[in-house]
Design a protein around this ligand. Structure first.
Ligand code: DQA
Length: 149
């Protein structure tokens, strides 16, 4: 099983960006952990991060034949990118929405985070578990493929 892991804007700054919310794990470390768990589960992973909406859409298009499943954390684009939503619909590869923080329970002035325009086009969502959200999504797809987790 091939799994494409897509991270959106500002996630390149993980580790230094608002560590009280997102933790101290860098993107590289996160990818390392995901890679290790994926290999235990017999999954092959490819990683992509961009701060640009169009590049995220391009990678979804370009990897659609390779990917059996997608883990996507679109960062703030989660809350308003109909273009990413359309791309997920267009390619038809099952995708899980993942977030490090619990976007449903962030502060009062952050109600916009409760809206996810990709939620309905994803098969599952994993939020609020830090890197664990990504690992849970990998395990979800493994289980779905009949792999023992
Ligand atoms: C995030 C939550 C988003 O609201 C925020 O804009 C991010 C990160 C998360 O992983 O918790 O960039 O997607």
């Amino acid at each position: 099983m091939n799994v494409l892991v897509v991270n959106g804007p500002n996630l390149n700054l993980l580790g230094e960006r608002e560590p009280e919310i997102y933790g101290r794990t860098t993107l590289r470390e996160l990818e390392h952990e995901v890679e290790a768990r994926a290999s235990e589960l017999g999954q092959h992973v490819r990683f992509f991060q961009s701060n640009h909406e169009g590049e995220l859409i391009d990678v979804l298009h370009n990897q659609r034949a390779w990917a059996d499943a997608i883990l996507i954390n679109p960062g703030a684009l989660t809350h308003y990118s109909y273009a990413i939503r359309d791309a997920l619909l267009a390619i038809g590869v099952p995708a899980a929405e993942v977030h490090l923080s619990n976007i449903d329970e962030r502060g009062e002035r952050e109600e916009f985070r409760r809206i996810s325009v990709i939620r309905e086009v994803c098969v599952e969502r994993f939020i609020g578990l830090g890197v664990g959200s990504y690992l849970a999504a990998l395990e979800y797809f493994a289980r779905d493929a009949g792999i023992e987790v």
